[in-house]
Ligand binder design. Structure first.
Ligand code: PLP
Length: 425
């Protein structure tokens, strides 16, 4: 059988600027995994040495992952993905505390948003904290939201859409002083910011996901602080010291261990070169195009993320044209793409629906070269000018005498509804 071949209008090259959606598996990671997909297929729980050999390598991987957050290997639980880690932390905290209220934010990933919706349907209380216009969070709001029946506070470390960072260590200390467990969804952070002080902080639970740090999809991590009680979410055998049933995804865990080592090695590259690429990208676009806004507090963001509002243009139109040029970027998170609603994150920051629908997220990695950014910068400004020239939302368009984006949008939506009704008749 031949490997499938990707082609997009005759081009097979991809300029990948969507590293918050997923990342390329590093060649070193792949190399580390292969023997465990081919030769060393033993079950790590088996008593014979062929199994024990595999178990030994899992132990090494666990040590490497533990080093990423400065904890001991016993504090690491391997799961199937970031979503499972998030779900497990919240469910476990509610089970062990016996309490029925969760504090979280309005800008979490759907892993937390949809789980807390489900908890509400089951009768639990949920408080979703707002964010400021720059995407940041008031710690005082967290304090006010904690009640006597609060079982867990769950606040992401870095937002996947804007890259905005929340002061989770400070919030964890606040929670500890109130006797409340604290979880952070840190899926977007490894390899981008230094997490080695996590074990010294008051964070009880922290989620990570392999495919965001150049390991494969389908493997996740839940860090659980020593002495914090945890119950299994996936119930089965005694794997993961009885905390997560199911035979381990051995090759992917080995890959994740190698990816964790590489993430630490490349941290300074991300902080310097990748940040410089991102800053150059934003500055150049701001110089070349009017009506452009960068979402999220400029100096409190991940170094790799850029979320840009291109006023008067629909993000979907930009993304389709970028796709034709071989450039991958996104609007919203990959998990909510396809929905016509404006991003819940940008809406929570107070963007109008029209502006929120004009936003594109570009997210870089250390695999991006200067040439990728130069290519994107060559393509984007004329593309936006062309789209704006055609847009009924454009203030400078000869048909628009007043700048009223919302009214223009309403007009456009009505027209669209009429057209759709005519088609369906
Ligand atoms: N949390 C955040 C912040 C994410 O960005 C993602 C993935 O996009 C997840 C959780 C879910 O991770 P996974 O895809 O491994 O389930």
């Amino acid at each position: 059988m031949h490997a499938p071949r990707y082609e997009n209008e005759g081009h097979s090259e991809v300029i990948y600027l969507d590293n918050n959606a997923t990342t390329r598996v590093a060649p070193e990671v792949f190399e580390a995994m292969v023997p465990f997909l081919t030769e060393y297929y033993g079950n790590p729980s088996s008593a014979y040495s062929f199994g024990k050999f595999v178990e030994g390598h899992l132990k090494d991987a666990r040590e490497n992952v533990a080093a990423l957050v400065g904890c001991t290997p016993k504090e690491i639980i391997f799961t199937s993905c970031g979503t499972e880690s998030d779900n497990m932390a919240i469910w476990s905290a509610l089970q062990t505390s016996g309490k029925r209220h969760v504090v979280t934010t309005q800008v979490e990933h759907s892993a937390i948003m949809n789980q807390t919706d489900q908890l509400e349907r089951m009768g639990f209380g949920v408080t979703r904290l707002p964010v400021r216009a720059d995407g940041t969070l008031e710690v005082a709001d967290v304090e006010k939201a904690i009640r006597d029946d609060t079982g867990v506070v769950s606040i992401m470390w870095a937002n996947n859409e804007t890259g905005v960072l929340f002061p989770v260590e400070e919030i964890a200390t606040l929670c500890k002083s109130k006797g409340v467990l604290f979880h952070t969804d840190a899926v977007q952070t490894p390899g981008k910011i230094d997490l080695r002080n996590v074990a010294k902080s008051d964070i009880d639970f922290l989620s990570m996901s392999g495919h965001k740090l150049h390991a494969p999809k389908g493997v996740g991590v839940l860090y659980v602080k020593r002495r914090t009680k945890v119950v299994p979410y996936v119930i089965g055998g005694g794997q993961e010291r009885g905390k997560r049933g199911g035979t381990e995804n051995v090759a992917s865990i080995i890959g994740l261990g190698r990816a964790a080592e590489l993430a630490l090695e490349k941290l300074s590259d991300e902080q310097t070169r990748v940040r410089a690429l991102r800053d150059h990208f934003e500055e150049t676009l701001l110089q070349r195009l009017p009506h452009l806004y960068i979402n999220g507090k400029r100096d409190q963001r991940l170094p790799n993320t850029s979320n840009i509002a291109f006023d008067f243009v629909e993000a979907e139109a930009i993304l389709m044209r970028l796709d034709r040029k071989g450039i991958c970027a996104s609007s919203g998170s990959a998990c909510t793409t396809g929905s016509l609603d404006p991003s819940h994150v940008l809406s929570a920051m107070g963007l109008t629906p029209a502006r929120a629908r004009s936003c594109v997220r570009f997210s870089f990695s250390h695999y991006n070269r200067d040439a990728d950014i130069d290519y994107a910068l060559e393509i984007i400004p004329p593309m936006i000018e062309e789209l704006r020239a055609m847009s009924p939302l454009n203030a400078d368009h000869p048909d628009n005498f007043a700048y009223d984006v919302e009214a223009a949008r309403e007009k456009e939506e009505k027209l669209m509804a009429q057209t759709m009704a005519a088609i369906n008749e």
